[in-house]
Design a protein around this ligand. Structure first.
Ligand SMILES: *Cc1c(COP(=O)(O)O)cnc(C)c1O
Length: 432
């Protein structure tokens, strides 16, 4: 029945929800047949240069032989076993790598299957820590506007209150404290004025705040903004002064995307709890992890409820762990930092012409992330078709047209992505 392409697409549009879509007025989707390196091949045969890394994940490109090999050889041995009462080599090896690669004080690892769940676990760790300290009233979070932490309920509750889903779910979302989005840009210093509102929130509510959660330096899906590492350094100090745990959500930034292995390194700080996901498996499998330091791990363990109350069915899945091991080994063997910095330089140069266009509000690049922010929201469906016709896969949202390619992209392919962005944002047809 689904032999021909049209009936496949018809079935999709009638029965399947894609991210943030309506079944009654579905947006067009493009059927991909295969993906290799930096190319997506459509069912119709066209090849697209990938500018998205499938949302920060496919850092080595698609179908990398080292990852395919890890997956297939692990599948022959053992695809999955429960993690309750059982351990296995892939999980232990991955924990060893994560402990070694992440900031030094993070020594304890909890595995989960998606970024949102790893944020849930981070928040649960913070709440359990304070229950263990005999301060259960420390059950709120502090965060900054402009953030994105996932789509399940606790993560949603600390997403940007305007761009996020607060108004839709206001009756059921937990209420937390917000400070304004960090004002100083990446290359600017942070003044004490920039911290006033955050300090005021801490001053008024620190008896109820378990943790401050934010994305270090790069705010991803909440607005693709890059803020001053100085700000992050001051946040760490304020958390220390007020005995507030710091949760760094590195799900988007982790594993090199911002030009450092972890974005926290721009500020030279270490969080108490850190979430990783997305690029952890090089984009091949869904997997995430939450890491904690001694203070948090010991704090939980010494309380009246010494066990961390979480345990997903597919926790520590051997296939995902093996692929993650292969991806991290590959990352360590390749000159990723040189590649990411070369991508940053080229993005700056080749997106620069956009900054003179009347449609454009801002152009910025950091690591392998290039962003053109427009004054008006783009007509996504129309612009998407334009990009596909140009042979590139770029998925804009709202006022943001951005690219974050696999680190292995060639300068020629990256030029094609940048040229497509420049051409698109100069064209008033694409603005509603
Ligand atoms: C994508 C993302 C998440 C959520 O991860 P999922 O795997 O989509 O659940 C959380 N935080 C940040 C910063 C992200 O970019």
């Amino acid at each position: 029945m689904l032999d021909d392409l049209q009936s496949l697409l018809d079935f999709d549009q009638t029965h399947i929800w894609h991210p943030y879509t309506s079944l009654k007025a579905p947006l067009p989707v493009y059927p991909v047949r295969s993906a290799q390196g930096v190319r997506l091949t459509l069912e119709t045969g066209e090849e697209l240069i990938d500018g998205m890394s499938s949302w920060w994940a496919a850092i080595h490109g698609y179908s990398h032989p080292a990852l395919v090999q890890a997956l297939s050889s692990q599948a022959e041995k053992m695809s999955h076993v429960m993690f309750g009462g059982i351990t296995h080599r892939p999980a232990v090896e991955l924990a060893e790598k994560l402990v070694r690669m992440t900031p030094e004080s993070l020594q304890y690892v909890f595995y989960s299957d998606s970024g949102s769940v790893s944020v849930e676990v981070a928040i649960k760790m913070a709440f359990q820590y304070w229950i263990s300290q005999g301060k259960p009233e420390r059950s709120s979070l502090l965060t900054v506007c402009g953030g994105y932490h996932g789509d399940t309920f606790q993560p949603m509750s600390v997403c940007d209150p305007v761009n996020g889903m607060h108004s839709v779910f206001s009756r059921v979302l937990p209420k937390h404290y917000f400070a304004p989005a960090p004002r100083p840009r990446f290359d600017e210093a942070c003044t004490e004025d920039d911290l006033d509102a955050l300090k005021a929130q801490i001053f008024s509510h620190h008896d109820h705040i378990a943790a401050l959660i934010l994305e270090p330096v790069v705010q991803g899906a909440g607005g693709m903004r890059f803020y001053s590492p100085d700000y992050l350094r001051r946040v760490r100090e304020l958390c220390d002064e007020n005995d507030i745990l710091l949760i760094a959500d590195e799900i988007a930034t982790g594993f090199g995307r911002s030009g450092k292995l972890f974005a926290c390194e721009h500020a030279g700080i270490e969080p108490d709890i850190m979430c990783v996901g997305k690029a952890l498996t090089g984009g091949m499998m869904s997997m995430a992890a939450t890491l904690a330091n001694e203070k948090v791990a010991r704090g939980i363990s010494e309380g009246s409820l010494p066990v961390l109350m979480h345990g997903p069915t597919f926790m520590g899945n051997p296939l995902a762990c093996s692929v993650a091991n292969a991806s991290l080994s590959l990352l360590e063997k390749t000159p990723w930092q040189k590649r990411v910095l070369a991508i940053e330089k080229q993005l700056r140069e080749e997106l620069a012409p956009c900054s003179f266009m009347p449609t454009v509000a801002d152009v910025r690049a950091l690591g392998a992330i290039g962003v053109v922010e427009t004054h008006k929201a783009v007509d996504m469906a129309r612009l998407q078709k334009f990009f596909v016709d140009k042979g590139v896969w770029i998925r804009p949202f709202g006022k943001l047209v951005y690219i974050m390619p696999p680190y292995i992209i060639s300068p020629e392919d990256l030029s094609k992505l940048c040229a497509a962005v420049c051409e698109a944002v100069s064209d008033s047809r694409f603005f509603g």
